[in-house]
Design a binder for this molecule. Sequence first.
Ligand code: UD1
Length: 360
Amino acid sequence: MKILNVVGARPNFMKMAPIIAAIQRRAQEVAQVLVHTGQHYDETMSASFFRDLQMPAPDINLEIGSGTHAEQTAMVMLALEPVLIAERPDWVVVVGDVNSTLAAALTAAKLGIKIAHVEAGLRSFDRAMPEEINRVLTDRISDLLLTPSKDADRNLLAEGIAPERIVCVGNVMIDSLFVQVERARQSTILADLNVSPRQFGVVTLHRPSNVDDAATLKNIFAALTAIAAELPIVFPIHPRTKARLAEFGIEPPPTLRLIEPLGYRDFLQLWSNARLVLTDSGGLQEETTAMGIPCLTLRDNTERPITIEQGTNRLVGRELASIVAAAIEILNSEQPRQPRIPDLWDGRTAERIVEALLKN
Ligand code: UD1
């Protein structure tokens, strides 16, 4: 059997690394090829993750780079089609919900190559999010829907997807987390930033709905500035957000420390020692749940409701008062609520994925 794995953007790498390792362990039965679309290309957004996650270098890099949604999607399709024709894999494996995910799935579907979608079935029910479009369409054309949790199965069934195409395998990102958490302790990031465990907060923000509108971003920064007066905050800043801050003339106070994006291990060591995480990332909602770190999500909805029902996550929207009040509540609470780690978020998801690929 031959599997062709596709990655494109930062949140794909920690999902694919354990799958590649699990396939390597069965190299007698399965050959694999790794394609990087090049959607993310900076050292800090891509190469450093390959190193930290001990991933092999991509066999093929399509080098598509940045662009509008249509440009990115079209460029991946144009560049990937000849690769799929030459490689003729039995499976194309795509992960997550970025533009590269949908573009690769669409290219494979038109060539009649079977597609497995890892992290299938998540729904925010908010079509204004580009990722929601990518999720719905990728699931629709995939042959095997590998879900992280039972709520995802229910979403797919409600959309009329045949139950035999759905396999609940658990959350593969947590495989990476469990493998790397010990190694991350060697990171010197806390000392480098001169912060002590549980004495600081971590912020990440990059969603267009939060950072592309001046009034919304100013409002969020006003909230972060108020919180930073109580708890120093470290903010590894996404290139999109950095560009918007300059454009909108927003100048954060010194207690809100903006730093360059971090690699996987440094960032893991940072957030897992934080008192509080504020984010609009999807993955971080799940990772904080797995490690029991309080998380406030600056969005009105989430495609990952299990992190609220069972984990440490809370939706706080984008209003100044609600963000600050939720943060202060966490700072004043002695003992955060003990979260439950969802079923099958056990570090063995990649093995189950490979089993499912071999069986189908
Ligand atoms: C993409 C994903 C999003 C994911 C996020 C994680 C889509 C629709 N969005 O959003 O789901 O949560 O990645 O980061 O696929 N840029 C750089 N260096 C890079 C990559 C991007 O400077 O290596 C800058 C460019 O100016 C680019 C902008 O960031 O135009 C946005 O990049 P893009 O890949 O379009 O989307 P993200 O916002 O990163």
